[in-house]
Design a protein around this ligand. Structure first.
Ligand SMILES: [Zn+2]
Length: 426
């Protein structure tokens, strides 16, 4: 990892009461004080959890990060990476990632060739390869265990990426196709990570009603494979699970105490962002986008979806107070709806919110990205005060203009680092 330059940053433009210093400004100007009023002095921040591999090739200036003091980004999280793309499968990867990287071009590539072609960027970029991408390459969106040959292919692709210089493997077990993988598949990949002394980061299997079991699965992965594990954006999602942060953190601390190499990251917000389709039960995505869109038009499927959501809440996000908690962020084919909530759109059409959601996904080709307010502020505060939890934006590098300035992105893309910096100073 490269050495990061020193940055002098206003904690908040409102806290300074006067002039702001620009990153890299000389400290000598400030009468020998190492900490001008309203500012913190810090090395450039490492944003440990981002998805800027989706945007840096489109705008390498990384302005939304640089202006927060971030100088290094770890990309390729939650099981999603832009490479490798095997011959004939780049289009499938483009469609799969369209709700996250709607403007990016996809090509057939090895991981090494992808890294070679990655542009020079304003931030240092540390890569990970994603398990969802590897599984997509090996076996598409099929809900079954891999054959011996398919598992070997995933292991080979992982080793190839590690040889090319990635930090490790990320997983996104909360959504298809990663959710179709049993722990045994992950352990087989973990053995490759162990051989290379590489890391494993995970958007765990569930962040709502089964969050404790999902954290335990990540801990077991670390113990069984003897690898370092990072749990992504630690949270307790869904109103049934609010208030459980201290107990969850205690389990994590117990594992750390017995020697499991385990860290977590977190973004300081009660709202998450994800592709809209990932809120639905995972069976709806089986066999890929075309199959999902056909299913969503079927009234019998909608009845089953309604039943599953009533019984268990939303996939990964649990129970929400109402559909007003779900807001369109980026909608490649219907950009005029960015900022509207699902509740609002259902009322306007005088229809059931689940019908509004299914109709919306069909019209947007499955590519819609949403914001979902699903966490408890007290839990967020408890987690952020924990020393083993790192700050990670889970956001992409953007600019308020041009191709990456479209839609209504999550505020964490611009605002993750100033609140913790302010809390540190306090
Ligand atoms: Zn994630």
């Amino acid at each position: 990892m490269a050495v990061v330059p020193q940055a002098v940053l206003p904690i908040s433009p409102y806290a300074t009461g006067g002039s702001e210093l620009s990153p890299g400004a000389s400290l000598v100007q400030h009468s020998g004080s190492l900490m001008p009023p309203g500012h913190v002095v810090a090395p450039g921040f490492i944003d440990i959890h981002t998805h800027s591999d989706f945007t840096l090739p489109l705008n390498p200036k990384a302005e939304s990060k640089i202006r927060q003091g971030v100088t290094t980004e770890v990309v390729g999280n939650c099981g999603f990476s832009v490479a490798p793309a095997l011959p004939g499968r780049a289009g499938m990867l483009r469609d799969y990632l369209a709700a996250s990287a709607p403007w990016l071009e996809f090509h057939e590539t090895t991981f090494a060739a992808y890294m070679d072609s990655f542009p020079a960027t304003a931030v240092n970029t540390v890569m990970q390869v994603g398990h969802n991408t590897l599984r997509l390459m090996a076996m598409g969106m099929e809900n079954r265990p891999p054959s011996t040959a398919e598992l070997a292919l995933m292991q080979d692709l992982l080793a190839e990426a590690l040889e090319a210089g990635v930090l490790g493997l990320s997983s996104g077990l909360f959504t298809a196709p990663g959710c179709y993988a049993a722990p045994a598949e992950m352990h087989a990949l973990g053995q490759v990570l162990h051989r290379y002394g590489a890391n494993y980061s995970s958007h765990i299997r569930d962040e709502a009603n089964s969050v404790f079991a999902a954290v335990r699965e990540a801990i077991t992965m670390g113990e069984t494979c003897d690898i370092h594990v990072q749990i992504a954006h630690l949270k307790l999602s869904g109103s049934d699970n609010w208030g459980g942060a201290a107990q969850l953190l205690a389990e994590i601390e117990t594992a750390r105490q017995r020697g499991v190499r385990l860290d977590c990251d977190q973004y300081p917000y009660t709202t998450a962002t994800n592709p809209l389709r990932n809120l639905l039960p995972t069976w709806v995505q089986e066999d890929g986008m075309a199959a999902m869109l056909e299913r969503l038009a079927d009234p019998a499927v909608r009845t089953r979806l309604r039943h599953d959501i009533d019984a268990h809440g939303l996939n990964n996000f649990g129970r929400i107070p109402s559909w007003d908690a779900v807001r369109i962020a980026i909608s490649p084919h219907q950009p005029q709806y960015a900022g509207r909530t699902m509740g609002d759109m259902a009322r306007e059409r005088s229809c059931d919110p689940l019908d509004a959601l299914c109709d919306y996904l069909i019209a947007d080709h499955g590519h819609t990205r949403i914001l979902i307010t699903c966490m408890d502020e007290a839990d967020v505060q408890t987690i952020i005060r924990t020393p083993s939890v790192l700050v990670g934006s889970d956001g992409t590098s953007l600019a308020p203009y041009g191709i990456t300035g479209q839609g209504k992105p999550h505020p964490r893309f611009y605002g993750t680092f100033p609140p913790p910096a302010g809390a540190l100073r306090a």
